[in-house]
Design a protein around this ligand. Sequence first.
Ligand SMILES: *[C@@H]1O[C@H](CO)[C@@H](O)[C@H](O)[C@H]1NC(C)=O
Ligand SMILES: *[C@@H]1O[C@H](CO)[C@@H](O)[C@H](O)[C@H]1NC(C)=O
Ligand SMILES: *[C@@H]1O[C@H](CO)[C@@H](O)[C@H](O)[C@H]1NC(C)=O
Ligand SMILES: *[C@@H]1O[C@H](CO)[C@@H](O)[C@H](O)[C@H]1NC(C)=O
Ligand SMILES: *[C@@H]1O[C@H](CO)[C@@H](O)[C@H](O)[C@H]1NC(C)=O
Ligand SMILES: *[C@@H]1O[C@H](CO)[C@@H](O)[C@H](O)[C@H]1NC(C)=O
Ligand SMILES: *[C@@H]1O[C@H](CO)[C@@H](O)[C@H](O)[C@H]1NC(C)=O
Ligand SMILES: *[C@@H]1O[C@H](CO)[C@@H](O)[C@H](O)[C@H]1NC(C)=O
Ligand SMILES: CC(=O)N[C@H]1CO[C@H](CO)[C@@H](O)[C@@H]1O
Length: 420
Amino acid sequence: MAYLPLLALLALSSLLRSTTPAPAGLQLGLTHVDAGSPFTFTERVRRAAQRSRHRRELLEARLADSSGDIEVPITPSKFEYKLEFSIGTPELNVTAILDTGSELVWTQCRPCDPCVQQSTPVYDPANSSSFSRLPCTSPLYDYQVFKRFDPPTCHYAYGYGSGATQGVLAMETFTFGTKSVSNITFGCSKQSKGNFAGTSGIVGFGRGNLSLISQLGFRKFSYCLTSFNSSSSSQLRLGSLATPNGTASKVQSTPFLDDTNLYRVSLRGISLGEALLPIPNATFEYRRDELSGTVIDSGTGQTQLPNPVYEIVKQNITSLVGLPVVDLSSTIGLDLCFSVSSWPPPPVPDMTFHFDNADMTIPPANYMYPDQNAGAFCLVMQRSESNLTIVGNYQQQNMHVVYDVAGRMLSFMPARCEDL
Ligand SMILES: *[C@@H]1O[C@H](CO)[C@@H](O)[C@H](O)[C@H]1NC(C)=O
Ligand SMILES: *[C@@H]1O[C@H](CO)[C@@H](O)[C@H](O)[C@H]1NC(C)=O
Ligand SMILES: *[C@@H]1O[C@H](CO)[C@@H](O)[C@H](O)[C@H]1NC(C)=O
Ligand SMILES: *[C@@H]1O[C@H](CO)[C@@H](O)[C@H](O)[C@H]1NC(C)=O
Ligand SMILES: *[C@@H]1O[C@H](CO)[C@@H](O)[C@H](O)[C@H]1NC(C)=O
Ligand SMILES: *[C@@H]1O[C@H](CO)[C@@H](O)[C@H](O)[C@H]1NC(C)=O
Ligand SMILES: *[C@@H]1O[C@H](CO)[C@@H](O)[C@H](O)[C@H]1NC(C)=O
Ligand SMILES: *[C@@H]1O[C@H](CO)[C@@H](O)[C@H](O)[C@H]1NC(C)=O
Ligand SMILES: CC(=O)N[C@H]1CO[C@H](CO)[C@@H](O)[C@@H]1O
């Protein structure tokens, strides 16, 4: 049986051939999971803080064990943005999570037991003329990301921390906006558990061959996330539309490092204003077989910094702000807040993440959070016990972020995402 995974590897790319030529580019709206919710601004920050922590646990578990069967403590949702599209013929509208940290595309399929609650009707393959199940002999069942069954079964299983999906592999027509693509390979989930924010499933935008971006044959995708407090939706662009805009000097690019499904980049240092923080650069180094290095993610809200890095950032921000520190971790979920008695709080400089060959400079609004109700001014980042750094989406607001998957390059530039 040892030859099977190898066979799966070799055969996979030829198995994943959707037959309708994909359009040159696609543009889709992205909605934050808390958009339209009754939560106050403070509650949204606290919820994002909680999700971010759980998301880190999920990514860490995935890096430690990539074989699909992952269990971390019971948690709320670990995802941040969702998109809309439709499945089948006739089309059924669904919403699903955008996940740059995984590759499988799946949706709940009737009959399912247990099903998780979703806000749209559950897709029924019996109602769709374009559904076709993959044969049980398909080598895809042995694909590396899936849990192995012994003896082999005609089921896939894929884990998301406390959540999971299990079902059959199939092909179906997916319609994005007005553009339909037939024979997308997906997981038809017969058993789902976890919190998927009321959506029908997940669309993986990871680096693997099963991800939507790979199946559509697009070389790249991008997103532009509107302000955290904005009611406007954000944008996801695929293919030719995901092109860096603006003058060459504003576009910064850093290569993706090889290795995992996750989008790894090389972070070298952090500056506050003009001052490079005294962080030993070995702290950011990527050491294989260790939870280390840096990942850029759309599904993590708040940037996760290794404890020694967090401490240096904290000390420097504390001396810059010069206000009394208050612990609001139980109410806002953030570790570093300052008590503000007169508004506005003192100005802070831009922060720069120095990546290999590229500087990501973010304005104060992308890392400090003023909460007038709580009388607090807080750093929107979290400390991590591991050495893994995750650049979260709060830090990526109002930036056009291009993932050139085929060219192995991350590019970004400031943008007014609401105006796109
Ligand atoms: C993905 O597909 C490419 C060719 O399209 C192939 O070279 C590569 O081995 C495949 N990767 C996996 C993990 O199957
Ligand atoms: C999709 O795949 C099915 C099963 O392999 C095949 O019968 C059908 O012709 C394909 N559809 C298109 C549009 O190529
Ligand atoms: C499905 O979504 C499209 C695009 O948003 C919309 O035009 C259409 O009315 C929706 N169909 C149903 C049945 O809700
Ligand atoms: C599936 O088809 C049945 C019978 O036509 C219909 O009652 C049901 O609403 C359909 N369900 C979905 C999810 O399309
Ligand atoms: C750390 O700094 C040293 C000396 O400046 C340099 O040679 C090395 O390449 C740096 N390492 C990283 C990972 O940036
Ligand atoms: C949203 O955040 C921006 C930037 O921090 C700020 O200028 C704006 O006033 C905020 N809007 C609301 C409604 O809080
Ligand atoms: C983080 O990396 C440092 C070396 O830079 C090492 O001493 C430390 O043990 C690592 N921490 C963890 C939790 O792996
Ligand atoms: C790029 O610039 C053009 C023209 O200014 C604009 O229409 C388009 O929306 C911009 N796209 C992005 C991703 O910024
Ligand atoms: C400007 C400033 O406060 N810099 C400090 C940043 O933190 C390091 C480590 O605590 C100090 O050595 C710097 O003086």
